[in-house]
Design a protein around this ligand. Structure first.
Ligand code: XUL
Ligand code: CO
Length: 443
C-alpha cells in the first residue's frame, strides 16, 4: 500500500524550479570541497514527530490527517513503519531516529513491551535489508509514562531506576540489531522541580552510575555505536541536569565519563539555554565532543521548545561552519527533531517541511564552505590575536611566563592600544555570501 500517493520521488531541480515537491539546493551528489552533499549532511527523519506525533498540544486534540490513522495497536505500529520507509525513499534521506515508544506500543508488562518492540524491530530490519536508509540513533523514552514522574536514572524511586536501566539495556540491544551509528541519552525528566525535596548529589551520582553501567553493557554485547548526550536546560523539568554543553562536559569529566560520550546538539535546546545554536556547536567542537545534531529551530518570541523545521539560513550557515571546522560529524548526522506546525496538518506538509529543512542546510553548507575557502573569519581572527604570536603573548601561550614577568612587562607599558572587532563588517560579508548562493549553479 502507498501512503503518500500524491508525492513522487523528490528530485533536485535547482534554484529556479517552481515545483514545491523538488529540492532547489539540496543536490545529494554535488561535491562540496570534494565530498558529496549527502555525505556532509547525513540527514535523518525523526520518527516521533513525523510518524507518531498527531498534533496534540496542551490546548487541543490531535488533528493531523495521516494515512495510517485508520489503524490501532500493533497494526498502527506496522503501518507507520511502512509509511516511514516510503517517505525515506521518496525524500532520499540516508537516516532515521526513534525512541522505543515511537515504534511500538507499550504492553501491559515490560515483557509484553519487549515483545511488541521485537516484532517491529524484525520488520524494520527486513526493510533495511533493501532500503538505503540506516539508523542514525535510537533512544529510550523515559519521560512520557507516569512512572517517570520523578525522573528515570535520577528518580527518587529505585524501582523506576531499575525499569529505566531495563529500557536502555533493551535499547542497546535494538540499536545493535539494527546497526545504529549512535545511541542518544536525552535527560527527559532528569532534573528537578524544587531543591526542597531533592537530593541532588545522590541523583547526579546515580545518573553517573547509570551511564557507567550502560558503557559496560555496550562493551559486553559488542555495541559499537557512539554514545551521545543531548543537553537541554529546562522542559519538562524546571532545571534539567544536562543544561548545556559546558554543564554536561563538567558532569562527564567529574565522573570519568568524558571519553565515552559526545554531544548531540539541538538548536532549540541551545536557544532555551540562552545560547545560540552555533555557540553550543562551538563549545562541543573545541572540546572534541561534537557528535551529532538535532536540526531544528525555536521561536525567540516563545519560551519553549517549538521544534520547528530549520529555515533560518543565517543559523544553518553558522551551524555548517562549525560542522565543517569539525571535519564533519563522523558517525553523527543532522536529525530533523522538528514537527510541522499544527496548522500544517496534511500529509504533503511532511514533505514540504523536510524539503525546507534539507534545502536550508544545503545552502548553509555551500555558504559556509565558501566562507572557509575565502578565509573570511580566519584572516580577521588571525589578525585579531596577532599579539599572542610574538613577544609577551607568545610567552603566555607557550607557558614561558609568570605573574612577576607579566607585572614587569605591564609596568613599562604606556597607553594600551586596542583594535576594532569589525563585527558589523563581518555580518555584512555573511549577507553578501548568502545572497550569492546561486553562484556557479546551473540547472
Ligand atoms: C526533546 C528532544 C528529544 C530528544 C530525544 O526536547 O529533543 O526528542 O531528541 O529524546
Ligand atoms: Co532532540
Amino acid at each position: 500500500m502507498a501512503y503518500f500517493k500524491n508525492v513522487n520521488h523528490i528530485q533536485y531541480e535547482g534554484p529556479t524550479s517552481k515545483n514545491p515537491l523538488a529540492f532547489k539546493y539540496y543536490h545529494p551528489e554535488e561535491k562540496i570541497n570534494g565530498k558529496a552533499m549527502e555525505e556532509h549532511l547525513r540527514f535523518a527523519v525523526a520518527f516521533w514527530h513525523t510518524f507518531t506525533g498527531d498534533g496534540t498540544d496542551p490546548f487541543g486534540d490531535g488533528n493531523m490527517i495521516r494515512p495510517w490513522n485508520q489503524f490501532k495497536g500493533m497494526d498502527l505500529a506496522k503501518a507507520r513503519v511502512e509509511a516511514a520507509f516510503e517517505l525515506f525513499e521518496k525524500l532520499n534521506v540516508p537516516f532515521f531516529c526513534f525512541h522505543d515508544v515511537d515504534i511500538a506500543p507499550e504492553g501491559g508488562t515490560l515483557s509484553e513491551t519487549y515483545q511488541n518492540l521485537d516484532r517491529i524491530v524484525t520488520m524494520m530490519k527486513e526493510y533495511m535489508r533493501t532500503s538505503k536508509t540506516k539508523l542514525l540513533w535510537n533512544t529510550a523514552n523515559m519521560f512520557t509514562h507516569p512512572r517517570f514522574v520523578h525522573g528515570a536514572a535520577t528518580s527518587c524511586n529505585a524501582d523506576v531506576y531499575a525499569y529505566a536501566a531495563a529500557k536502555v539495556k533493551k535499547g542497546l540491544e535494538i540499536g545493535k540489531e539494527l546497526g545504529t551509528e549512535n545511541y542518544v541519552f536525552w535527560g527527559g525528566r532528569e532534573g528537578y522541580e524544587t531543591l526542597l525535596n531533592t537530593d541532588t548529589k545522590l541523583e547526579l551520582d546515580n545518573l553517573a552510575r547509570f551511564f557507567h553501567m550502560a558503557i559496560d553493557y555496550a562493551k559486553e554485547i559488542g555495541f559499537t555505536g557512539q554514545f551521545l548526550i543531548e543537553p537541554k536546560p529546562k522542559e519538562p523539568t524546571k532545571h534539567q541536569y544536562d543544561f548545556d554543553v559546558a554543564t554536561g562536559l563538567a558532569f562527564l569529566q567529574n565522573y570519568g565519563l568524558r571519553d565515552h560520550f559526545k554531544f548531540n546538539i539541538e538548536a532549540n535546546h541551545a536557544t532555551l539555554a540562552g545560547h545560540t545554536f552555533e555557540h553550543e556547536l562551538r563549545m562541543a567542537r573545541i572540546n572534541g565532543m561534537l557528535g551529532s545534531v538535532d536540526a531544528n529551530q525555536g521561536d525567540t518570541l516563545l519560551g519553549w521548545d517549538t521544534d520547528e523545521f530549520p529555515t533560518d539560513l543565517y543559523s544553518t550557515t553558522l551551524a555548517m561552519y562549525e560542522i565543517l571546522k569539525n571535519d564533519g560529524l563522523g558517525k553523527g548526522g543532522l536529525n530533523f527533531d522538528a514537527k510541522v506546525r499544527r496548522g500544517s496538518f496534511e500529509p504533503e506538509d511532511l514533505f514540504y517541511a523536510h524539503i525546507a529543512g534539507m534545502d536550508s542546510f544545503a545552502i548553509g553548507l555551500k555558504v559556509a564552505q565558501r566562507l572557509i575557502d575565502d578565509n573570511v573569519f580566519e584572516d580577521l581572527i588571525s589578525e585579531r590575536y596577532q599579539s599572542f604570536k610574538e613577544g609577551v603573548g607568545r610567552d603566555i601561550v607557550e607557558g614561558n611566563t609568570d605573574f612577576y614577568k607579566l607585572e614587569a612587562y605591564a609596568l613599562q607599558l604606556g597607553d594600551i592600544k586596542n583594535f576594532s572587532g569589525r563585527q558589523e563588517r563581518l555580518k555584512s560579508i555573511i549577507n553578501q555570501y548568502l545572497l550569492d548562493v546561486h553562484r556557479n549553479v546551473t540547472v
